[in-house]
Write a protein that binds this ligand. Structure first.
Ligand SMILES: CC(C)(COP(=O)(O)OP(=O)(O)OC[C@H]1O[C@@H](n2cnc3c(N)ncnc32)[C@H](O)[C@@H]1OP(=O)(O)O)[C@@H](O)C(=O)NCCC(=O)NCCS
Length: 190
């Protein structure tokens, strides 16, 4: 699967959100978003693994291409799963990002989950994360024959927990999963 584009329609006061690949001309904006979220210890831009290259020496074109490869299950470090790394656009601007892990390894099953998202501070409390999660669940359901997704958050992350519960997430703790809140979220049927 190459990186998809999905329009999540506006619903009950929440804005339309476009999930799409990061764009060639978007490097400066993406790096600005990364700096904003870094202040909260959240990695907005995840670096792909590109064989023979260190992440800090990747050009933006290599970075984009690396995520295209990972979406297709190519160039993955051992144990890593195919993933869709997408920008989230709201009101025509880069508002957030999402990583949709299409499969689960042991770490993702208990800790990381299928879906990870972040929203830039200026776009928060408007339903953007809720829209991102809805779109990510749809993309997961289109790519894999699953009925639920694992989505996790830090126990003190009230915002993320509200987003997960708002998508129908039901607590599903694991015995060795202390330090992380873990939920099973319904994936819409194809
Ligand atoms: C957590 C985060 C994704 C929420 O994004 P957002 O776009 O503001 O979320 P939404 O607007 O969709 O909020 C959905 C619900 O959560 C509630 N909510 C959002 N942020 C909240 C907060 N900080 N405290 C309490 N509730 C919060 C909203 O009130 C809303 O409830 P409602 O639908 O009843 O009004 C965003 O704050 C963020 O990116 N934080 C840093 C990165 C991060 O924590 N990512 C998640 C990792 S698990």
């Amino acid at each position: 699967m190459s990186l998809p584009t999905l329009r999540v329609p506006a619903v009950s006061g929440r804005p339309e959100v476009l999930l799409r690949p990061f764009a060639v001309e978007e490097e400066a904006e993406a790096r600005a978003a990364h700096a904003e979220l870094a202040a909260e210890n959240f990695d907005f831009l995840l670096d792909p693994y590109v064989p023979g290259r260190r992440s800090e020496e990747l050009s933006w074109a290599e970075w984009l291409h690396g995520h295209e490869r990972h979406a297709e299950g190519l160039d993955l470090p051992r144990g890593h799963v195919p993933a869709l790394f997408l920008a989230a656009e709201a009101h025509g601007q880069l508002a957030g990002r999402v990583s949709v892990r299409l499969d689960l390894n042991a770490w993702l099953e208990t800790f990381g989950g299928n879906i990870g998202y972040g929203v830039r501070p200026a776009f928060r409390r408007r339903g953007v994360a809720s829209q991102i999660l809805a779109g990510a669940l749809q993309l997961l359901g289109e790519a894999r024959d699953v009925t639920s997704a694992v989505v996790t958050c830090d126990p003190e992350n009230r915002g993320s927990e509200a987003v997960i519960r708002g998508a129908g997430g039901a607590p599903a703790p694991v015995p060795d999963g202390e330090g992380r809140s873990r939920f099973l979220v319904p994936v819409p049927a194809r």
